[in-house]
Design a protein around this ligand. Structure first.
Ligand code: BT5
Length: 313
């Protein structure tokens, strides 16, 4: 595709490049170059035009080639769909369910990214915003929670293995770096009585993006901020998907690893559920994925979901 070729060309060039040079190199007309650039711009790529030609101001975006290389290494997902800008990868993924295959939906930027309970998720360029669509995963409704744990686990593991970062997990769905939220997971499912029709797993990771909002529920951080420089998002995505495939359906291993990387267990926490606020010691996860909270009175309360605040060790 011409657009993809031009994009690759601009990504590899560190100076302004004329339409004529592009046309010659790709053996196409200058009008085709101009039309393709216009389409790319409409899609949201930051291509600057000067008298001398074109220049890509921000080179941190995916091209199909990066994604095809990743696809070669995994078999669980058949395709990775890339969107320069979209409302939410959750919505896009849902509209692809009828195709009946597992796929990954990736956006460079989301205008209506969302978290749990309809909360909004800031998704500027430079982050990793993706949804994994699992079509008829071999799990029942009661087991769907494994996907949540698996996803935050592989996100943390990918950060540890790719960048050697001390990523930790906060119940139920956050990944932390130095106590700040670097990533979150959102699970949406459609279930029949004893099977899942589909699962949509949204994963949002602050990578090279700025985090503008200062008043999040817990302080936020990006990988760039933690490391002090921009990182390669493709390597992180690759590791995440490979780990996901390796651990997929390995229920015991998922729970054990999650506990191992957990920052929550062993801490005094406050959990806000839809009906109450509970304070106690986060003891363990049970086999149904519930957090076991030990109250001051010594009562052990299993909690399915909620928002958790770490109080102290
Ligand atoms: C989550 O929800 O943590 C799940 C986030 C999932 C986002 C991904 S991106 C790809 C896919 N497409 C989507 O539309 N969503 C998924 P929750 O635990 O409810 O946390 C939401 C809260 O985190 C917000 O209310 C803010 O306080 C805070 N927040 C928002 N944007 C953030 C960011 N970029 N980094 C850290 N915290 C953020």
């Amino acid at each position: 595709m011409q657009e993809e070729k031009i994009l690759k060309f601009l990504k590899g060039s560190h100076q302004i490049i004329s339409g004529e040079t592009i046309a010659k190199a790709l053996n196409i007309s200058r009008v085709s170059v101009w039309k393709a650039i216009r389409k790319l711009r409409e899609k949201g790529y930051p291509i600057k035009t000067t008298k001398k030609g074109y220049f890509l101001e921000d080179k941190d975006f995916f091209i199909e080639e990066d994604l095809n290389k990743i696809l070669e290494k995994i078999s669980l997902f058949k395709k990775i769909y890339l969107f320069p800008e979209t409302t939410s990868t959750m919505d896009i993924a849902k509209s692809y369910v009828e195709r009946g295959e597992n796929a990954v939906f990736l956006a460079e930027k989301q205008t209506k990214g969302r978290g749990r309970l309809g909360r909004s998720w800031e998704s500027l360029r430079g982050g990793l915003w993706l949804t994994l669509l699992l079509y008829k995963p071999p799990l029942n409704l009661k087991e769907a929670f494994f996907l949540n744990y698996l996803s935050s686990l592989v996100t943390a593991k990918a950060m540890i293995e790719t960048f050697n970062l001390p990523a930790r997990l906060k119940w139920p769905n956050d990944v932390l770096l130095f106590g700040k939220k670097v990533a979150g997971v959102l699970l949406e499912i459609k279930a029949e009585v004893d099977s899942l029709e589909y699962a949509l797993i949204g994963i949002g990771i602050n990578v090279n993006n700025p985090v503008l909002e200062k008043k999040f529920m817990i302080p936020a951080i990006s990988i760039k901020e933690a490391i002090g420089q921009e990182v390669d998002r493709a390597s992180l995505l690759e590791k995440l998907l490979i780990n996901f495939e390796t651990l997929y359906l390995k229920k015991k291993e998922i729970l054990n690893l999650w506990k191992e990387f957990s920052e929550t267990l062993g801490k005094e926490v406050k959990v806000l559920t839809s009906s109450s606020t509970l304070i106690g010691l986060a003891l363990d996860l049970d086999e149904e994925g519930r957090l076991l909270l030990k109250t001051k009175e010594g009562e052990i309360i299993p909690i399915f979901s909620g928002d958790c605040l770490h109080l102290r060790t």
